[in-house]
Design a binder for this molecule. Sequence first.
Ligand SMILES: CN1CCN(Cc2ccc(Cn3ccc4ccc(-c5n[nH]c(N)c5C#N)cc43)cc2)CC1
Length: 234
Amino acid sequence: MRIDIISIFPEFFGVLDISLLGKARERGLIELGVHDLRDFAHDRHRTVDDTPYGGGAGMVMKPEPWGEAFDEVLGGPGAGAESSVVVFPSPAGERFTQATARELALEPHLVFGCGRYEGIDQRVIEHTKTRPGVRVREISLGDYVLNGGEVAVMAMIEAIGRLVPGVVGNPASLTEESHEDGLLEYPSYTKPASWRELQVPPVLLSGNHGAIAAWRHDQQVERTRRVRPDLLPD
Ligand SMILES: CN1CCN(Cc2ccc(Cn3ccc4ccc(-c5n[nH]c(N)c5C#N)cc43)cc2)CC1
């Protein structure tokens, strides 16, 4: 998989050189390209924003730099991919879920367009939809307003990257996570068996794998009913 990110804060993504994704990149499982949107703004001040037509507070990101950035990124190394998905993080987007992460982890080329200010000129989204071999998705991290798309893209890349085949050592650990089976995860315990008068549930020490599996599922259902009843089927 290749991931390209376009942002006015490219340094924000330096942390992707370490941890799980850093190792995935070293092993060639994920290629990453980070692009400074201001490199595609050619006036003296490398301007990327302007006042909104129709009035209103704040500034809107100009279309021209975005158009040139996508010309390069979608015509560049990622162009080798049979298709690209361009993700615009947005508070007005579809909700990002584990299912979204699973879908995007199967794509050969992802491009994240990180907006700032009050958002990106809508014509950028519309024009990107006309590019051959490109699908566009506007995706929201959650129901709150951030100052830009970078934090959302970091979270999305982490959720997607760990699902790319070969990135996580033990794939079995990916199936027993919250939201993988529509339920929240069961509680976990490790040694010591007794800690500050608190005991590990005896069933987990029983060696009875059937009973352990049943207890864990019951814990998932109880936790989901208590914390996220919206996830339970009607
Ligand atoms: C006409 N007015 C109507 C009200 N809007 C409100 C508003 C205000 C700030 C911002 C800031 N911002 C800019 C780019 C950008 C991308 C993602 C996110 C984002 N926020 N929350 C998520 N889950 C996000 C994700 N993913 C925020 C972003 C966007 C919109 C402005 C325009």
